[in-house]
Design a protein around this ligand. Structure first.
Ligand SMILES: Cc1cc2nc3c(=O)[nH]c(=O)nc-3n(C[C@H](O)[C@H](O)[C@H](O)COP(=O)(O)OP(=O)(O)OC[C@H]3O[C@@H](n4cnc5c(N)ncnc54)[C@H](O)[C@@H]3O)c2cc1C
Ligand code: FES
Length: 387
């Protein structure tokens, strides 16, 4: 099953910084329903590039809860194909091919307890984060702490909007702008000193890999449980002309005749057909585990390997830490041994909002009283703009 693309028109082009441009997109009336989205989700764009059609994901920085026009923000990547092309060429009135919004970097709808929300963004990582911020402000009463790191003042994307939100929500939203040029590189201690009530809070992280690694480590060292941490990785798929065979002969991989998949709280047995991915086999068996790109870069199909071994064709969406923790992408995985294979799509260890639900709701009720307390604390938060 491949991703379907629809034609959208660019209704406005906004130069955010010298390196980043936002594009507002008009959705034709017949597609409005299909393009409904949740804050934090992304579009996949399909663009012609030389003799190929390349795909790239861009997070929506607009909030569906404020009725804003669909908007993406694209920051140039040095040597990058599509980010530079979009910044240099895409104009108002042009059409662009986009998938319907997808992604699991979203607020958990079951978190209504007033648990604080910590948002960590760096550079273009602000795009899904500002959408989460606006939606959480509009639809919840949660206290929100935003740490937003940039090289310098000139590289802050959506700076005026962030400042306006901070001013409008004093006492509830604390914004910490960090500039490498004046504050030095962000350190784990900068993250740790923001943490209050981190046992009941949720944490969303998006930015360059070293930034995310640093924040994740700081949270881990502060004892934050990984099921409360959500991470969005901005990676490109492997373009057809950049793919390098890894030398693995898939035909020689051993496999069990079936595998078990935990999905929606139930274990299902799925027949394995040699040569197919675990996602394909699950779909053949009538199951619908979450998935989107089917190319290994969006992370929607993450599952935890409880027992057995898998081989992944590609795994752009995963960090080395994810792989070491036993996380795999169903759309890229084939069994790699004849041992019994069990995977868990519901596991909370890879920060998927839908997966967190069941365990989180237990936690939420356990901490209901503390949630009220956290909300009271929220009232005392002071807007702080560090420059
Ligand atoms: C869910 C998701 C959401 C995203 N949201 C956003 C967003 O909101 N805003 C945003 O700006 N970006 C976002 N991204 C990132 C975006 O999809 C692109 O990855 C990014 O724009 C870079 O694409 P590019 O074509 O410009 O660079 P690419 O051509 O993919 O290159 C990226 C870098 O890798 C190098 N490179 C890669 N392969 C090779 C090779 N074989 N040989 C030599 N060099 C190589 C390039 O030189 C360059 O430095 C998101 C990604 C994901 C997965
Ligand atoms: S569906 Fe996107 S990584 Fe598997």
């Amino acid at each position: 099953m491949s991703v379907a693309f629809h034609e959208l028109q660019v209704s406005a082009v906004i130069r955010e910084t010298t390196e980043c441009t936002s594009f507002e997109l008009r959705v034709p009336a017949p597609l409005e329903e299909a393009f409904r989205y949740r804050a934090g989700q992304h579009l996949t764009l399909e663009l012609p590039w030389e003799r190929f059609k390349l795909t790239r994901c861009y997070s929506l920085s607009s909030s569906p809860d404020l009725g804003e026009t669909l908007k993406i923000g694209v920051k140039r990547v040095a040597g990058g194909r599509i980010s530079n092309w979009l910044n240099d060429n895409l104009k108002a009135g042009d059409s662009i091919m986009a998938s319907v919004p997808e992604g699991r970097f979203v607020l958990d709808p079951n978190t209504r307890s007033g648990a604080p929300l910590f948002l960590f963004a760096a550079g273009s990582g602000i795009t899904p984060i500002i959408a989460l911020l606006k939606s959480a402000l509009a639809t919840t009463k949660r206290a929100i702490i935003l740490l937003y790191a940039n090289q310098d003042e000139g590289s802050v994307i959506y700076g005026p909007e962030v400042r306006q939100l901070a001013a409008a929500h004093q006492g509830r939203l604390a914004v910490h702008l960090h500039f490498d040029s004046t504050n030095g590189y962000l350190e784990q201690s900068d993250v740790r000193k923001l943490l209050h009530h981190s046992d009941i809070a949720e944490f969303y992280i998006c930015g360059p890999e070293p930034f995310m690694e640093l924040v994740e480590k700081a949270l881990e060292e502060a004892g934050v449980h990984e099921e409360l941490i959500y991470i969005e990785r901005f990676v490109s798929p492997v373009d057809p002309d950049r793919a390098r065979p890894d030398g693995v002969d898939e035909a020689s991989l051993e496999s069990p005749g079936r595998f078990s998949l935990w999905l929606d709280g139930r274990s299902r047995t799925v027949p394995y057909v040699k040569g197919k991915t675990l996602l394909e086999c699950a779909q053949d068996a009538g199951l619908q585990p979450a998935h989107s790109c089917e190319s290994g870069y969006c992370g929607s199909c993450m599952a935890h390997v409880n027992t057995g071994k898998v081989y992944m064709r590609t795994h752009e969406a995963l960090s080395d830490r994810d792989i070491a923790r036993g996380v795999a992408l169903l759309c890229q995985s084939l069994p790699a041994s004849s041992e019994p294979l069990e995977l868990d799509c519901d596991s909370t260890s890879f920060r998927a909002a839908s997966a967190v639900k069941s365990s989180y709701s237990k936690r939420a009720s356990r901490f209901a009283a503390l949630g009220v307390f956290a909300f009271m604390i929220a009232g005392t938060l002071i807007l702080r703009l560090v420059d």
